[in-house]
Design a protein around this ligand. Structure first.
Ligand SMILES: [Zn+2]
Length: 214
């Protein structure tokens, strides 16, 4: 496979991942009335969007534009008009990259493939990407509070029944290793009760009554 052919495959894969990243954002990044991308700052207080998907998307959107401009510079001798910020423009820039790469020297095509692979790897590493799991809030019996997260003590635990996992939906919450808390549902070997085993080794028992019955 030539590098140009490889780029075509990588572009298709990256487009697919960009769609998935967008699906993780709780609010649209693109203003539908103007078609422009809002530039929310991600420094300082936690961003009101997916902690990883948002910045990753912004970096890739920007990088795709630069890559297209640099390929166009190489092929036609000028950078071309700068594209606007919409998702449609990113997709168009990717399509353009797949076309331009046929006209550049092999070394530039190889570099293009490497850059695209880096973005694909980064996008694929975003938490929740490709997850088919539905994360539901834990329900408590009438009159009782649901079990609290053992780390920040908020009632933000979600259960993914398909994979038998529990995680915390509080985006500020971290476990003892500084990571977003995730637990597997296990069985206490002594009494057979369900328990949660968190990734950092913490266990929670007595909080999972409804996990078994559901
Ligand atoms: Zn938590």
């Amino acid at each position: 496979m030539s590098f140009a052919e490889e780029v075509l495959t990588l572009v298709a894969e990256l487009k697919r991942l960009l769609d998935q990243l967008h699906a993780l954002l709780p609010e649209p990044v693109v203003d539908p009335t103007t078609g422009t991308m809002s530039h929310r700052k991600v420094t300082g207080s936690p961003a009101p969007w997916h902690a990883e998907a948002g910045p990753t998307l912004m970096d890739i959107h920007e990088g795709v534009r630069r890559l297209e401009a640099s390929l166009r510079q190489e092929v036609v001798g000028h950078l071309g008009a700068r594209r606007g910020g919409s998702d449609g423009n990113t997709a168009a820039a990717l399509t353009s990259i797949a076309r331009l790469v046929h006209a550049v020297p092999e070394e530039a095509a190889r570099r293009t493939a490497r850059i695209l692979s880096g973005w694909i790897r980064r996008a694929a590493e975003v938490r929740d990407i490709g997850e088919a799991e539905r994360w539901e809030p834990l329900r408590a019996p009438a009159g009782q509070l649901p079990p609290a997260c053992p780390y920040y003590k908020t009632f933000s635990l979600r259960v993914g029944r398909r994979e038998g996992r529990v995680r915390c939906a509080n985006r500020r919450c971290v476990d003892g290793d500084g990571r977003p808390p995730v637990a597997t549902i296990d069985k206490n070997r002594l009494n057979g009760d369900a328990m949660l085993v968190w990734a950092d080794g913490v266990t929670s028992s007595g909080v999972v009554y409804e996990l078994i019955s559901a």
